[in-house]
Ligand binder design. Structure first.
Ligand SMILES: C[S@@+](CC[C@H](N)C(=O)[O-])C[C@H]1O[C@@H](n2cnc3c(N)ncnc32)[C@H](O)[C@@H]1O
Length: 262
């Protein structure tokens, strides 16, 4: 990690508010923290999905991967071991479970994911509301096949995994969903691409939509993309939890940015 990023992560650590919500004056954000962020309930789906993660973490098969994104900080080769993908490219339990609880809490029923990988976060999101329609986009065919298997093993039937470059699949997915209630943007961590995905998704958002951006401190470019998105006129609340950035469009509240320890 370079000094610049280290400085920003240190800044995050200094600015971050208490993880239980003390000192947060926005009732909406306070309730979100109390009901979602610090909810320690072990929902039954957690064990099911974590058992799949464990299998993937022990899978020593190699696959040949087509990486259409910014690549990985740790995996640079075309031939990748499934266990390595599972340990380096998949959302850690803590964050995947936060996505699950955000969807449960908000009741999101039109869910989109950019970046399926092995299907862990997609399965979490789809099982958070089994009545929801969930579309997850992935560039690599073999990875998508593993993700479908992950979902099937968890008896998850409401996630539709589509293969192709986001530039080719995103607009159709948005049109198919009509509007989106929840979007997890977790692929191609480059400034320009991230801003473009945001702008493509924006017309499909409503007052209750939640957007979650992964790895907002991954690079200088990602930090700039996050700052650009936060500043967008339609955005009313943004929450920085260091690994993830959350965006809300709720109306009738003063625009505010929160940095919260998670
Ligand atoms: C970080 S992983 C996603 C992890 C997954 N969301 C999870 O937490 O379980 C990012 C995935 O996005 C895919 N990807 C990156 N850029 C892409 C692009 N431009 N089009 C399609 N897929 C892309 C990669 O193949 C990779 O599998």
């Amino acid at each position: 990690m370079n000094t610049f990023l280290a400085t920003h992560i240190l800044r995050y650590a200094l600015l971050a508010r208490h993880k239980r919500g003390h000192g947060i004056h926005s009732p909406y954000v306070y309730n979100l923290i109390r009901s979602v962020f610090i909810d320690t309930t072990e929902y039954s789906e957690y064990a099911l999905i974590e058992a799949e993660r464990k299998k993937l973490l022990h899978n020593s098969d190699f696959i040949s991967v087509v990486d259409l994104g910014a690549g990985s900080h740790s995996l640079q080769t075309k031939y990748r071991k499934i266990s390595d993908i599972a340990s380096s490219s998949v959302s850690p339990r803590k964050y995947a479970q936060l996505l699950y609880r955000l969807i449960r809490y908000s009741g999101a029923s039109r869910i989109l994911e950019l970046g399926t990988s092995l299907g862990i976060s997609g399965t979490y999101m789809a099982l958070a509301n089994t009545k929801a329609r969930c579309i997850s986009l992935e560039g690599d065919n073999q990875i998508a096949a593993i993700a479908r298997n992950t979902a099937a093993n968890c008896k998850c039937t409401n996630v539709d995994i589509r293969v192709g470059h986001f530039n080719e699949t995103l607009t159709t997915a948005l049109q198919d969903l009509g509007e989106v209630d929840f979007v997890f943007i977790d692929g191609n961590h480059q400034k320009q691409a991230t801003v473009e995905y945001f702008e493509t998704i924006l017309p499909y958002c409503n007052e209750h939509t939640i957007l979650v951006f992964d790895d907002i401190y991954w690079s200088l470019g990602m930090m700039e993309a996050w700052e650009y998105i936060q500043a967008c006129e339609q955005v009313s609340i943004s929450i920085d939890i260091c690994k993830l950035g959350l965006i809300f469009f709720r109306k009738g509240i003063i625009k505010q940015h929160f940095v919260i320890r998670y």
